[in-house]
Design a protein around this ligand. Structure first.
Ligand code: FMN
Length: 342
């Protein structure tokens, strides 16, 4: 186990410095393709997420002005807004980073962790952990292209025989990367087994820049444990924030103060879910917005913990009428089983 402020029993109250940027918190919303849309990032930020990362943006499409990718990179209201880019061409990555910076991104994150075959077969995402020469060249051109900090997200390595995250971390730091996020699995594990938090500590030991630990942080106790076991400086939360984007802010508060904040009351959760839904309708239009919202609506129903949650979930994912979705969301969070428990 490596040492960290948390190990010594002190909360992480001190700001975190990333390049020239100061962050007053230690819990980040992870990039998730098809999930961390502008609505989810806005809500997470409003409830205290220290920073929010867009889903992976295809650098080539974004640099060509593709509307869907521009929308994915939208950052209005998303708090400390980080755009994650993915690609394999150093010059295209640099162009995408410049565009994101000019559109308001406060940091750029490079994706070197995506395990999907369609990404790795195009020599992007976690494939770059197998081609450190190309990885360095992408980092170099991207860092040189922008004035804002550039960060990097990766896995432990391609597979159990090539755990080269510490080596990539050292190379990245030498090229000017300002912070590293490590998902404690290899590419070949995809999402199987449990994330190895101790192995993330090998990256922390290898570099001097801040390291963010990621993978399977589902509770406040997990947040303390992932930092204690990895020695990392901050935690990034993905799947556990789906259906409860306020959870990232709960973790930020807990890490800063060493105690849990009061639970978000049902009325505020209802407001958050409605705000998320309205943002999707506004950005994507009624039809596409509703379709996109369904996975979130299902997750809100699953996480609400109400007696009739399963039935409400079924209804929410089938409804075609926006106002019926609104009233069902209200019904979910106004449920007597929830308000009595609160
Ligand atoms: C649906 C989904 C989409 C994801 N998309 C991305 C992505 O676009 N970029 C990225 O770096 N990681 C992506 N990830 C990985 C997450 O950022 C995170 O590393 C992983 O889910 C482990 O963290 P968790 O256990 O907190 O979810 C995705 C994960 C999921 C489940």
């Amino acid at each position: 186990m490596t040492s960290s402020a948390w190990n010594l029993g002190k909360p992480f109250g001190a700001p975190l410095h990333i390049g020239g940027v100061r962050l007053d918190g230690r819990a980040f919303l992870a990039p998730m393709a098809g999930v961390t849309d502008p609505g989810m990032r806005r809500v997470a930020s409003r409830f205290g997420a220290t920073l929010t990362v867009t889903e992976m943006i295809a650098a080539d499409l974004y640099a060509r002005g593709d509307a869907a990718n521009r929308l994915k990179a939208e950052g209005a209201g998303a708090g400390f807004h980080v755009v994650q880019i993915a690609g394999r061409d150093p010059y295209v990555m640099a162009e995408a980073a410049r565009l994101a910076q000019d559109s308001g991104a406060l940091m750029i994150d490079i994706n070197m962790g995506c395990p999907a075959k369609k990404v790795t077969s195009g020599y992007a995402g976690s494939h770059l952990m197998r081609d450190l020469g190309l990885a360095v060249s992408l980092i170099r051109t991207t860092v040189a292209a922008v004035r804002i900090p550039v960060t990097l997200k990766m896995r432990l390595g391609w597979d159990g025989q090539s755990l080269n995250a510490p080596e990539l971390g050292r190379l990245a730091e030498a090229e000017g990367i300002a912070m590293l996020t490590v998902h404690g699995r290899t590419r070949c594990q995809f999402y199987s087994a449990k994330a190895d938090w101790t192995a993330i500590g090998e990256v922390k030991k290898a570099v001097s820049i801040p390291v963010v630990a990621n993978g399977d942080c589902a509770s406040l106790a997990d947040a303390a444990a992932i930092l204690a076991q990895s020695g990392a400086d901050a935690v990034m939360i993905g799947r556990s924030a789906i259906g409860r984007p306020w959870f990232v802010g709960d973790v930020a508060f807990y890490l800063a103060h060493g105690k849990a904040r009061a639970e978000t009351p049902p009325a505020k959760r209802k407001g958050a879910a409605l705000e998320h839904y309205e943002t999707l309708l506004e950005l994507f239009g009624p039809l596409q917005g509703l379709r996109h919202a369904r996975k979130h609506l299902a997750a809100y129903a699953e996480r609400a913990g109400v007696v009739d949650g399963a039935a409400l979930r079924q209804r929410l994912v089938r409804l075609e009428c926006p106002s019926a979705v609104r009233s069902t969301l209200c019904q979910l969070y106004d449920s007597p089983s929830l308000t009595e428990a609160a």
